[in-house]
Design a protein around this ligand. Structure first.
Ligand code: N01
Length: 536
């Protein structure tokens, strides 16, 4: 049987974004094909199978709210669901909404080219097949292009070496082995407590410490699940109205307007609630005011010194060259306490850098650490990486990668790019960073209304205007500058500013003005009949 190749919409990626886009575009009668490089649906949850992988968001707001069937029939088991459970959820969504028939697996895109005459995109796959679509949509994810550390000799290592985002399906046997870890962002921080229990000796090579907000994981009770099912819309609405897409009460006070005792009490109570509750519910200005953020930094340093028994290790774990919220705050599950184990060794590679990887292990200064397994949790070419590794060729043969190289990162609301008609991004660069299922769902619904409107009004081409891009670049810069990520600290901002990829221009790749503010901009564009998306 020959496969059809002409569609109304070609969607790249079958993770949260691709599934939501497919469902919503099918609802308005568009004939869609999803092309997915992997052999299964799930996106980031397919790739990231490292030990300890789980959500940093709580179960009740880490899901879609649009399907009554999925809401009623899916049961979460843990407060912070593990990677396997989220993958099972996405497979359940794909089955329950009958999405699989429009998904082509093992279909990696090599290029997508706009043809002005036909008004269609031609999408070429690595196996030589081509598909065409009136619309091209990216659901390729924001953190999907892994970055490996550029350490001399890394290819010479004769042991096993795994990137957290490319973990072997069959798992890795770490029992009793000498294991090394490079990278202590959200991924590495999840790896630490789990691998510490498996490895014989575990060497954690730390360049920059993080402010980890500890939490606890509990089983979800039938009563909690019932409550969530009965209140799904309210929960989703609360998350959609929150700057970071979490279903939490907004903080009420500035950290600077309360007395020391009250401040400590609030910090303590939110630390007890754990995870993002500390980051989001303590005070209004922990992400925007350096002085306020420094008060939270000092509180966490105090916790580290309480938990970690060896004072030198505790000091090394205390971040000092940027303040709380200066980087994406990771959630820990006994992260700090893990450094009290005898088999866990924290190695400071800031003061004495890693010099090379040898066939037997890792050299730090003159000392060689022999390793059986090296885990690299060194992050991603975030936001733009997936979009620039394939050739997306717009009007007049302009490649998206070249446009951004030449003009700097430019989009209208992270959704559309001038010169790239009928091309749309879910979670494109310059969209807000938050608990991601929320903006993914809202974005898919917004695109559904846009394409429905375009059809009803005979508007064949949708494309950001050059003016709208300029406006959005300035708004992203303004919003970013108003946060502690823009502060002087050498590490502040990290991947949000592209600092982790050598040679990448430093600019806010993420809209930091808040998810709820971003949604207002999207609503305004809609009420204005999408004028800023009609370049012709
Ligand atoms: O990557 P990162 P990540 N030598 O870029 C270090 C999301 N996420 O995969 O800071 C030594 O944050 C680097 O050190 P430094 C989440 O949004 C979500 O952990 O540059 N170290 C840093 O410590 C997160 O923010 C979840 O000094 C080197 C680390 O590698 C995003 O993904 C779970 C090095 C990279 O940290 C990315 O997180 C996991 C070198 N040569 C991830 N090169 C959940 O929600 C790099 N590093 C559950």
């Amino acid at each position: 049987m020959t496969q059809r190749s002409a569609f109304d919409a070609v969607i790249i990626g079958a993770g949260f974004s691709g599934l939501a886009l497919l469902h919503h575009l099918r609802e308005i009668g568009l004939d869609c094909a999803v092309v997915e490089a992997s052999d299964g649906v799930g996106g980031t949850w397919q790739a990231n199978r490292y030990p300890g992988v789980r959500t940093d968001s709580e179960f009740h707001y880490y899901s879609f709210s649009f399907s009554k069937e999925v809401r009623e029939e899916w049961t979460w088991s843990e407060r912070y669901p593990g990677g396997k459970e989220v993958l099972a959820y996405l497979n359940f969504v794909a089955d329950r909404l009958d999405l699989r028939k429009d998904i082509q697996l093992r279909s990696r895109v090599s290029s997508a080219v706009w043809d002005e005459d036909s008004g269609k995109w031609t999408v070429e796959l690595e196996d030589g097949r081509t598909l065409t679509g009136t619309y091209l949509l990216s659901g390729m994810g924001v953190l999907s292009q892994p970055v490996y550390p550029a350490i001399p000799g890394i290819e010479s290592f004769t042991g096993e070496c795994y990137h957290t985002a490319d973990w072997p399906r069959e798992g890795a046997d770490l029992a009793g082995k000498r294991v090394g870890l490079i990278g202590l962002g959200a991924s590495g921080i999840q790896v630490v407590p789990v691998v510490a229990k498996q490895a014989g000796e575990f060497f954690v090579f730390q360049r920059t410490p993080n402010y980890v907000v500890e939490t606890t994981n509990e089983q979800v009770s039938p009563e909690q699940m019932r409550h969530v099912r009965e209140n799904y819309d309210e929960i989703f609405e609360q998350a959609a109205g929150h700057p970071f897409g979490v279903a939490m009460e907004p903080a009420r006070y500035s950290a600077l307007e309360v007395g020391e005792d009250q401040r400590r009490e609030i910090f303590e109570s939110k630390w007890e609630e754990g995870g993002f509750h500390f980051a989001n519910e303590c005070f209004t200005d922990l992400a925007s005011n350096h002085e306020a953020s420094e008060l939270a930094s000092e509180f966490i340093r105090g916790k580290i010194r309480e938990i970690v028994r060896d004072p030198d290790t505790a000091e090394l774990l205390c971040p000092k060259n940027y303040s709380f919220n200066g980087k994406r705050v990771p959630t820990g599950h006994d992260y700090y306490a893990t450094f009290n184990r005898d088999n866990v060794h924290l190695v400071d590679v800031k003061t004495t850098p890693i010099t090379e990887v040898t066939p037997r292990g890792l050299k730090v200064g003159e000392r060689e650490y022999e390793l059986d397994v090296l885990i690299v949790a060194t992050g991603f070419d975030a936001m733009t990486g997936t979009l620039t590794t394939i050739d997306i060729v717009g009007r007049d043969g302009i490649v998206l990668r070249d446009k951004w190289d030449r003009e700097g990162l430019r989009t209208n609301l992270g959704i559309s790019v001038h010169g790239f008609p009928n091309f749309f991004m879910s979670l494109g660069p310059q969209t807000p960073y938050s608990n991601l299922p929320v903006p993914i769902q809202l974005g898919a619904q917004w695109l559904q209304r846009l394409l429905s409107w375009a059809r009803d009004n005979d508007v064949p081409l949708i494309e950001a205007t050059a003016e709208s891009e300029q406006w959005w670049v300035e708004e992203c810069e303004r919003a970013g500058e108003a946060t502690v990520m823009s502060s002087e600290g050498e590490k502040a901002g990290a991947w949000f500013l592209g600092k982790n990829v050598p040679g990448k221009p430093k600019a806010f790749q993420v809209y930091m003005g808040g998810g709820q503010v971003y949604q207002e901009f999207c609503r305004a564009a809609e009420q204005d009949e999408y004028r800023s998306f009609r370049a012709d």
